[in-house]
Design a protein. Structure first.
Lengths: 458, 458
């Protein structure tokens, strides 16, 4: 699919240069909003308003939603009040909120001035919820039914009011205080007899989330129960909005990216990579780099305190990188496995002993394999092939024993730290490779010098 | 939500011990299938068939789908043929295929014997598609309409046949050769006049995937275009199935886990962590560990060849871990950012120069910051506080220059390798931290000894 839009971008560029505007309009109207947004991204900023105005109203609004916020801002600034109103009128309220959140204050007040009073009220309601809460991503455009309606009444109501609703496939049943008492799918309604009462066929135990809950919880519930939408209720249990599955997918993708960034020692940001300035990227990367660099002071101190030992047995130094890297890799395998299993709900803190016991057995298998391979490799390559006479059998044994014990220690640290972080309410994802590596480096050196002292008597 | 099921598990355990089976039945029937599956997971294997038989038929089949394959197999082995038929009859065909794929041959043939002929034919059709293809995860239970039907006819047809369909919210329009010619949502149908023809209101440019395309492509298209379902067509463009959004979410989660595992030098597996034996985990982790360990031979060789230099300036050794770690972290920040951006479609190979230019500026900012901080840290802590007289200004400068240049090299390697891997048709995810670290280690040592030779004249 990516290849096709690529070609379209070049075509549109050529058509703009040739000023063939009606052709551009005809071409763009055959496409879907998401693809139009991709094509418009490559259009020169000075030409963008011109090309955008070629689109039919409804399609223009749909494509607008899919665009990046810098292009949205540029367009809004070029719109007349009447044009802005046309776009805003076509938006679903949750999309309008997404756009408003990214805009500077003066653009926001222009958008709100053009929105009709109902829309303005809904936008302001949603803006009140804290960032990343379920309330902040919900939409208030859903179908609400009463328990004493018949299936036929309900379908008639949907046909009358459905046009503005973000989904009509799951409807929510409320009592006279607007408290959520059930949910019913359009499928159930359509497959029921006309006169059946909603109260007889609705699901009473509708899964719902609270406005203040984390958006990730809402997304997980949608995915776990295979729902199309999940209702959002306030502290009193009153229905205030719904979150639809397409928004949940975006949340899951966003949160996964955050997890992956944290695992790589990056402070998460909301912006796509190519939209960030080098200074913004620097800000997201430097804190962990600096912290980890400074904490490597400990490894330096350990090496310094064994300076004389290293001078006596110069061959030992050459194996330090291999020992540290293998330890780091072993530890990060365990930590990343545990972090991901925690995040998709495969394990939780109470599984800690089962996890440790499993990792211990894996660690012993890995330690044995690598120690044996390492022994063979050192004797064959370093001693026989490269003729390093300083690599004695004693040194080889120190290296192999250290390797084995480091792997076991690394897997233990790697699997326990994320679980402990979770228990203490921190994000397990920061306990990934870089953090584990720093700890395992120090451990591996301590083990190395302990074995060296013991076996080589230095 | 996790806390609640936890308590339920204990309640059910106590009720099983007290043999209060009708209470168990009453409790379980208030729950959703996904939660029942979680609770059943903690039930002892010898009691599982007994507890499962307490569930009403339909709920039993729904919970069965959500269970882990080892428990499904145990249950199937305990079922009579009649019981097995009851469960199989309630399954959607894509769920049946998922189950069949995990079972040993003798269980599979029992399942197929109990399935009715239509179901058996559909299962066999889907099983023919290659693993991870769109065809292998599709369902054949969808609503098919003809262009010359009226909206009212279509709704009547849905009401008549909808019960067995996995979704009725998007229907697909085919011509007399079963070629896909359009799609129409139930919303459009319901909001149209009764006598409107389908051909007038359907979307003709329905996004579709081919049976042999990667399941990930199908999932991405569903998410990009905010669809509820995507039609799957064969080589001749004939409609053969659909993939629904809930399956797409599972695919996205699975593929992301694979990416994350590859980034941590683990060979991806399909099994959840707790279900894997230590030997299976070992098999998934040892190949990369061994490869990376052996390639660390190069770093050892570099250090060996500078043995005399290190002996002359013993202070140099203590900074090796810090330089290697900071280089590795800088590189993996860049590589992980690029890998994730590639995977969510934010960048592609053609952006390579833009990426390199951005990373270069970020690298220079990071390099300057860390070199300055490192200089201050060495002079304040190592020299003044710890009184290491061997750390001269010369040594400090060697360390800081190496640090700066290593960071720049690491960011360059980190951002280019995943893009090149993508271009050459490899998976960019393996170009993450462990791989980059091994390369950057060797680079940082070469830079280190070059600066040492230059500045310290050793």
């Amino acid at each position: 699919m990516t290849e096709i839009t690529q070609t379209f971008e070049q075509t549109i560029e050529a058509l703009i240069d040739a000023k063939k505007y009606s052709t551009i309009r005809d071409v763009l109207t055959t496409l879907r909003p998401a693809d139009i947004a991709i094509i418009l991204e490559s259009v020169d900023n000075t030409k963008l308003p011109l090309v955008f105005r070629l689109l039919p109203k409804e399609l223009a609004a749909e494509a607008f939603v899919e665009m990046e916020s810098d292009q949205q801002e540029l367009l809004i600034r070029s719109f007349s009040d009447a044009e802005l109103k046309e776009v805003v009128d076509e938006l679903y309220v949750d999309d309008a909120v997404d756009i408003v959140e990214e805009m500077p204050a003066n653009v926001v007040s222009r958008i709100l001035r053009q929105a009709d009073p109902d829309m303005r009220k809904m936008i302001n309601e949603i803006l009140k919820y804290p960032e990343d809460s379920a309330g902040s991503i919900m939409t208030t455009e859903y179908v609400e039914l009463r328990p004493d309606m018949s299936a036929d009444d309900a379908i008639k109501r949907i046909r009358r009011t459905g046009i503005d609703k973000e989904t009509i496939y799951t409807c929510y049943v409320t009592d006279k205080d607007r408290k959520l008492i059930g949910a019913i799918t359009l499928k159930t309604l359509l497959l029921s007899e006309d006169e059946t009462l909603i109260s007889e066929i609705m699901r009473e135990d509708a899964v719902c989330v609270n406005t203040l809950e984390d958006q990730e919880e809402a997304a997980k519930a949608l995915s776990k129960y295979d729902l199309q939408a999940i209702p959002v209720v306030d502290q009193e249990g009153r229905l205030v909005g719904i979150i639809t599955i397409d928004d949940a997918i975006d949340v899951i993708e966003e949160e996964t990216t955050e997890d992956i960034e944290k695992m790589a020692a990056i402070m998460p940001t909301d912006k796509p990579y190519l939209k960030m300035t080098p200074f913004e990227i620097w800000k997201s990367r430097i804190p962990w780099l600096m912290l980890l660099m400074v904490s490597a002071t400990f490894t330096g101190m350990i090496i310094s305190s064994f300076e004389t030992a290293l001078a006596a047995q110069a061959a030992l130094t050459a194996f330090i990188p291999m020992l540290m890297d293998t330890g780091g890799n072993s530890g990060s395998q365990a930590s990343v496995t545990v972090i991901r299993s925690l995040s998709i709900g495969d394990i939780e803190f109470s599984d800690i002993f089962q996890v440790i016991w499993k990792e211990l057995r894996v660690a012993i298998l890995c330690a044995l394999t690598l120690a044996v391979v390492s022994f063979a490799k050192i004797q064959l390559i370093d001693v026989l092939l490269l003729g390093h006479t300083s690599v004695t059998i004693g040194v080889t044994l120190v290296v192999c024993f250290t390797l084995a014990l480091t792997i076991i220690a690394a897997k233990f640290v790697g699997c326990t730290l994320p679980l402990l972080a979770k228990k203490l309410g921190f994000d397990p994802a920061v306990m990934a490779s870089p953090f584990i590596t720093t700890i395992v480096d120090a451990l591996s050196l301590l083990i190395y010098f302990a074995f060296a002292t013991l076996i080589l008597k230095i």
